[in-house]
Design a protein around this ligand. Structure first.
Ligand SMILES: [Zn+2]
Length: 290
């Protein structure tokens, strides 16, 4: 039997005696020699796994006293493969006489990032594979599951917040441009048949007005917002002075007209220019406060 197989069996015996299950992997050209699975107190497998890379060598025992092991990796592929592995990886070292087994977690802290053919990892001599290692092994095996659970929790929280933000926007922001609600008030309004209705009005800072959730005055960013050209300009002479005002055509909102005040001028062109300025002010800055 080869030294490699003997060392894997040796590790398997040890792992079994510690209450875990070891399964050899059939392909070992890179990286992983076996998968271990945690078992609970009843001996049932828990579905928590760690991948093992098993190495055996005469030289390890001596070098362990210095706390450092240099690891020869001719193709330099191991760390890249381990870090890309979907399971956590542990490096297990077996002494040449098969009596001692040590282990080290493979992380960017213990293995150099981009090793060449030879690299070093620190394995403290105290890190023997015995019962004292098992609490850490459990943590390692569960770490990715716990992270997964934590990410799921964060995602659930995030979507709850998103729902809250969207509810908040529905209540407090203009649905067209997102401008915040400026004020709300209630009043009575008489319709054409003389009936009185309660009106709940919401005024947004862009100028949009909603009465009982229907648009009384569109947002200036709304495609249905009336164009200046949609209004007729009416001129009136009063006491020798010329006034002009906007008159909405049929089907156009009449509220807008209230905010664009009539203008006085020397001639219709001057009045038209002043009315246009008033329109632009309302359309770009929002309506003046009521
Ligand atoms: Zn708006």
């Amino acid at each position: 039997m080869s030294k490699e197989r003997r060392s894997i069996y040796k590790v398997g015996d040890r792992v079994e005696s510690l209450g875990w299950t070891l399964r050899e992997t059939p392909i070992k050209d890179v990286g992983i020699d076996a998968i271990v699975e945690e078992r609970d107190e009843d001996g049932d497998e828990t579905g928590m796994f760690i991948a093992l890379q098993v190495k055996c060598g005469e030289s390890y025992y001596e070098k362990l006293r210095t706390g450092e092991i240099s690891f020869r990796d001719d193709r330099g592929r191991h760390p890249e493969y381990w870090f890309g592995c979907s399971l956590p990886v542990i490096l297990v070292l077996v002494s040449g006489d098969f009596k001692s087994i040590w282990w080290q977690e493979i992380t960017p802290d213990t293995v150099p990032d981009k090793p060449k053919t030879k690299w070093t990892t620190k394995i403290p001599p105290c890190q023997e594979l015995d019962a004292s290692a098992m609490p850490r092994w459990r943590e390692i095996a569960r770490a990715s599951k716990e992270l997964e659970g934590y990410v799921k929790l964060l995602e659930a929280k995030l979507s709850a917040y998103e729902a809250e933000v969207s509810e908040f926007r529905d209540e407090f922001a203009c649905p067209v441009c997102g401008a915040w609600r400026r004020s709300t008030y209630e009043f009575d309004e008489e319709d054409s048949s003389g009936r009185v209705h309660d009106v709940y009005r919401r005024v947004f800072s862009c100028g949009m007005i909603e009465d009982n959730n229907s648009i009384a005055q569109p947002c200036p960013r709304d495609p249905s917002f009336p164009l200046f050209e949609d209004f007729d300009i009416k001129m009136r002479s009063l006491g020798g002075r010329l006034f002009g005002f906007l008159s909405p055509r049929l089907g156009l909102s009449s509220t807008l007209r209230r905010y664009i005040k009539p203008e006085e001028g020397n001639n219709p062109q001057e009045i038209r220019a002043k009315l246009l300025q008033g329109y632009i002010r309302v359309a770009t800055e929002g309506y003046p406060s009521p």
